[in-house]
Write a protein that binds this ligand. Sequence first.
Ligand SMILES: *Cc1c(COP(=O)(O)O)cnc(C)c1O
Length: 428
Amino acid sequence: MTSLATASRARLWLNPALRASASRQPDPDFGVDAISEAQQRFARFAPLLANLFPELGAEGRIESPLLPLSDDERHALYGDLPGNFYIKADHALPIAGSIKARGGIHEVLELAEKVAGEHNLLDTGDYTTLASDAARAVFSQYSISVGSTGNLGMSIGIMASALGFTARVHMSSDAKEWKKARLRARGVEVIEHAGDYAAAVASGRDSAANDPKAFFVDDENSRSLFLGYAAAIYHLQEQLRQADIEVGPHAPLFAYLPCGVGGAPAGIASSLKAAFGDDAHCFFVEPVAAACFLTRMQHPSRPGISVYDVGLDKRTDADGLAVPAASELAYEQMRNVLSGVLTVEDETLFADVYRVHQSMGIRLEPSAAAAISGPRMLLSTTEGQRYLRTHGLDGDVAQATHLLWTTGGLFVPDDAFEGFLERGRQAV
Ligand SMILES: *Cc1c(COP(=O)(O)O)cnc(C)c1O
């Protein structure tokens, strides 16, 4: 049976299954303790990361700034819409240049810790010894592979090869040349698949399943990725405190999270809900043609449903979000947690890449620009107004904080970025 409920135009969809925190059962596998373990893992590895990646500075922290929009910047993006606007600048995350630096690096560190433990490499407790020749010789016997056309491959590939693992990234042959080149320069094996990419990735997954020295990072079903994303909450809370940003019943926090399979935004959203409860309101943003999470949310009894099943074609130039079906793991975690999903046209993404560059000098990739649409859809659509009313927030819009979670862009080469700007200039 085919349902055409997923509209082929930009819209805001509100989740009828959203539940108040008090009426939800937290899943301990993804709860506060699990997120805290991920954060502690990043902390244990920080001295090693600082040695391996000088761009992290002495603290070895993989974190991004929180950037307030000035009045002029706000005006350029939102005209007279009320509220306080901040960019959470994951587009500038070091090492991978995208939000994948959080989840992807966390999963590689978790695997490294496991291997190191089995080989007694951490008996002194000094993680910097994992950069020694002896440790690298051990890691090199293990492989870490991933199927990705882009940012996840960059994150996993760069981190795995930095530790000495045999790193393999399966890519479709239409993946961007510069991404392949960047990975190969770091010693990552890039395997290109001309034909059925999904089948090739599945066979990579199967062969890893039968080999104890081969790990496969599964974007659609990974608790480690999820928790790595979720750990963003610790630094964000510090940043909110430092900026004197209050979050409470009459000072709501709205977060707009670009969504592909859903793992990254779901990790972030669950940590925001863990920290701020019902005062955090999380919205995913997807391209109209690749609205896989929206499709899944609209069909609660159809696990695995794809955008093709509802008459969409998945064709978008937001390559980080060009995904046909949602992660079931992310869906399960978000079913009663997500406030809604909004969809945007590609031309809007490019227009926002252009506007953000013009007004703030920031370089976003089109996927990351999806976050920018959030406040417009919430504050100036009928559905958005309905959400505010239902939650008793229509009097609180001036005290609201809007977090625009920009998810990638740092490493986009100049010529590709010029192309984005050109297209955006025509779209504004
Ligand atoms: C991967 C990615 C996302 C979304 O993450 P998912 O886990 O696929 O939902 C958003 N923006 C960018 C730039 C990405 O690379």
